[in-house]
Design a protein around this ligand. Sequence first.
Ligand SMILES: [Zn+2]
Length: 301
Amino acid sequence: MRELNNKTLQKYLDNNLKDIETKCKNIIIKHKPKIVKFYNRYMGLFDAEKKLGHTNYTQNENVISLLNNEYRELNFEEYDEMLSLERILHDTKYIEDLEVLRCRDDLLINVREKINRYEVEFDKFHNALVKLNKRDISSSFGLFKYDEFENCKIEIYILSCFLFCKRYKIDVVKFVLTTYAHELAHAFNYLGQDKDGEKWAYDDFRDANETLIEGLAQYYAYEYAKDINISKSFDQEVLLRNQDTNRLVLSKVYREYKKYQKYGREHVYGALIYTRRNGITNFKDFRNLLEIYKKDLPSES
Ligand SMILES: [Zn+2]
């Protein structure tokens, strides 16, 4: 990683990020064969993983530039300390002295104010990141890079995931795993071959509406999350709200998969294969296909 100008933050990351990075990489290695099997089965698409290069663990350059410039004062170490202090103060078992107990409430207000100030700063930072990454914050977490020659690669940005999860108190290892499952779903959608050896044509995939592309990736990542019992945290992540503005943190396209939940996996499969073969690019057409497949193939359950 490129050295940050903010030495306090650099030290904090040196102390905290290495261990998390190892855990994230290990969980991806462990789950990759299971996700591949799962996508083979439910997407009916094969061999995508063979065409993919190694997963690249790298940085989103926008994060580094923000941390080095406008947000060079961000202090996650103090934030952590304030959170611990707040936790301790809430727990009266540590406080025997009545005098101290009286001061506690004042102190708690003080600590809370400080935490709020940090969170406002972190939110500003994440919003600035969204703007820089133009489309949405989730492209700061990971990316599926592709071209017409099938030089494809998944990139995972652990630092961005870590900073985001710290702010919103999310389990970063699970978050990185579902991010990876999301990117791998893109890879399968584009590179995978269906049972007749058909692919999604490059131009059609490139021109497909963002809601359609992200909806599908989220859908399959979510189905996998269900399979390994972490769908609850997946749902919480996409429904995160900023407490100050009450606005949802992630954009609408990342919640499109919710609309697919009333269909069976076989309906989504049917619609996906049809979409790939016929160059469907609009999410509304995809939704119509889901209805058609549902009528044609009533679910057993
Ligand atoms: Zn995506």
